[in-house]
Design a protein around this ligand. Structure first.
Ligand SMILES: [Fe+2]
Ligand SMILES: [Fe+2]
Length: 186
């Protein structure tokens, strides 16, 4: 495991996402919203980083890359829309736990497809230097998604400040583009 390598870093995020699903599932009702907030942030940051950093590279460089990436983007867009709906409905929604299972099934199937069809080819067709450069861009976005609870009163305020999944994705995209020296949207 080398977090300076983009593939290892994304695999570590996949593992963290699975852990956070466990945390949300196991949280008592009064802690559920906070745990779900951390899951939303990590998912928003992770999928945005893949869309900005590794999918474009896979599309350009891999044999059949376009088809693989189109499939992954379709899955990501479905998951993001569902995430947005769940975030709006809130953790108190009566259908929350059922929706969480649906989201988990979709997100984990998507991650497995990346691990099977995209990441191994990407690793085989990139240099260490390229993968380190991509990792730096992903890390710039990762800073927006603390995965551990903040003790004390500031956590609720921080969650509010982070805003909706779409707002988090926008900020992640800007952080990545800044790290890559590209123009940002805002
Ligand atoms: Fe993804
Ligand atoms: Fe992923």
């Amino acid at each position: 495991m080398d977090e300076a390598d983009v593939i290892d870093l994304l695999l570590a995020q996949h593992a963290l996402i699975r852990d956070l699903f466990d945390e949300v599932e196991q949280a008592p009702a009064e802690r559920r919203a906070e745990a779900f907030g951390r899951l939303v942030r990590l998912l928003a940051v992770h999928e945005t980083a893949e869309e900005e950093v590794v999918h474009p590279y896979a599309r350009r460089k891999l044999d059949g890359g376009s088809a693989v990436v189109d499939d992954r983007l379709r899955e990501e867009n479905e998951a993001k829309q569902f995430l947005q709906q769940m975030d709006q409905a809130g953790a108190d929604d009566p259908a929350f736990m059922e929706n969480l299972q649906r989201l988990r099934t979709a997100v984990e199937a998507h991650a497995r497809s990346e691990e099977r069809y995209e990441f191994p080819k990407l690793r085989a067709h990139t240099s260490d230097t390229e993968r380190r450069g991509m990792a730096a861009a992903v890390k710039a976005a990762e800073a927006l998604a603390p995965t551990h609870p903040h003790p004390g009163t500031e956590s609720a305020a921080k969650n509010v400040l982070m805003g909706t999944p779409v707002a988090i994705m926008d900020r992640a995209r800007d952080a990545i583009r800044r790290a890559k020296g590209e123009p940002t949207t805002g």
